[in-house]
Design a protein around this ligand. Structure first.
Ligand code: UDP
Ligand code: MG
Length: 336
């Protein structure tokens, strides 16, 4: 059981750098103070039964209901909890990215703080990861959310994402997922991208699978999201497509278009020159002449556009060091 992602003690020149747990459980938290005590206990008891060592990383994403204070207090008395407090609300994706950044485990599990995901499912996902997968995604087969406001939009989103990313899992939006740590280490997340992690991982060559997991109705508080999220998710989908096809090699797309257009324009131009010089015919008003000029001009423009996009892409990737969140403080009893 432990072989694949067992932790241990990380050392360099004989100095102990950190105790590496087998598993880091990353939880984004925004105003979930009623759920937190139950959540921490549920995660602990789910992993206590296994022989895996673990840490829980709760990332407070600008809560105003006392969640941050609760987490800080707990982190001072619990050995298994690290509280990462963000400066303000940055969104679920940023909170997850912060959690990934502080996670030391060889495997990383993400889940929601509101007890909609069941921590009891964690060992099952980890066992699946052990079989040789890089990402195991939860599938809420019996999802306990509103039909019109939640299920329908996510059905459409899931279908679209499946069609466009060629990663065939059912439930992208399920937060309960398990990853090999290497996989998330250098993911650049932003926007609503956390739900596209399987697609991003697929681009990176990850082995991905899914498993049915339990899902419960929210017990406390209310969802932080409304319908507007659907729109943002769709926009992110476009970004993903752009990343996959254009952003990686824009020159391949625009350059090819531009080049074909230039070639077509040149061929027509040569033909017209031949007509004029060899056949001594007038080419003054021919539609072909206009076409040739248009094709040549747009061809050159597209080609240059491709070059610019390529440069932009490079700059974009190089500037990715910019964090999408700011951390106010990190509280942990065992400072690693
Ligand atoms: N969350 C967050 N920052 C936000 C919104 C939500 O960290 O800006 C957390 C929230 O506390 C929960 C998870 O993300 O742990 C999922 O949010 P929610 O339950 O509201 O979403 P739903 O289950 O309705 O999709
Ligand atoms: Mg929820």
């Amino acid at each position: 059981m432990r072989s694949g992602f067992s932790g241990g003690i990380a050392q360099e020149n004989g100095t102990i750098l950190a105790i590496v747990p087998d598993v880091s459980v990353v939880v984004p938290v925004r105003d979930e103070v009623e759920s937190l005590p139950l959540l921490l206990e549920a995660i602990a008891s789910s992993l206590a039964g296994s022989e895996l060592s673990y840490e829980i990383i709760c990332v407070d994403d600008g809560s105003t209901d006392g969640s941050a204070e609760f987490l800080k207090a707990q982190a001072q008395i619990r050995n298994d909890l690290k509280a990462v407090i963000l400066r303000r609300n940055y969104g679920q994706t940023a909170a997850m990215a912060a959690g990934f950044n502080y996670a030391l485990g060889k495997a990383i599990v993400t889940l929601d703080a509101d007890l909609q995901n069941d921590p009891a499912d964690i060992p099952m996902l980890l066992a699946k990861l052990e079989e040789g997968y890089d990402l195991v995604s939860g599938w809420r087969q019996k999802r306990q959310d509103g039909a019109v406001n939640r299920l329908l939009p996510s059905k459409i989103a899931n279908w679209l994402i499946r069609r466009t990313t060629s990663v065939y899992i059912h439930d992208y939006g399920c937060s309960l997922k398990a990853y090999r740590a290497e996989l998330v280490a250098d993911m650049n997340l932003y926007g609503e991208l956390h739900r596209f992690l399987p697609a991003l991982a697929y681009i990176e060559g990850a082995r991905i699978t899914e498993m049915p997991v339990r899902h419960h109705a929210r017990r406390f508080g209310r969802s932080k999201y409304g319908l507007s999220r659907t729109f943002r998710v769709l926009m992110d989908l476009l970004t993903i497509l752009f990343m996959k096809k254009f952003l990686t090699r824009p020159m391949h797309v625009f350059g090819l278009l531009g080049l074909s257009s230039m070639v077509a324009g040149t061929v027509i131009g040569i033909y017209l020159t031949f007509v004029k010089l060899a056949l001594h015919e007038d080419i003054g008003n021919r539609p072909l002449l206009i076409l040739a000029v248009l094709l040549l001009v747009t061809g050159v423009q597209l080609f240059c556009f491709g070059l610019l996009a390529e440069l932009l892409m490079r700059t974009y990737h190089e500037s990715q060091g910019r964090p999408i969140y700011r951390v106010r403080e990190v509280i942990a009893k065992n400072v690693n």
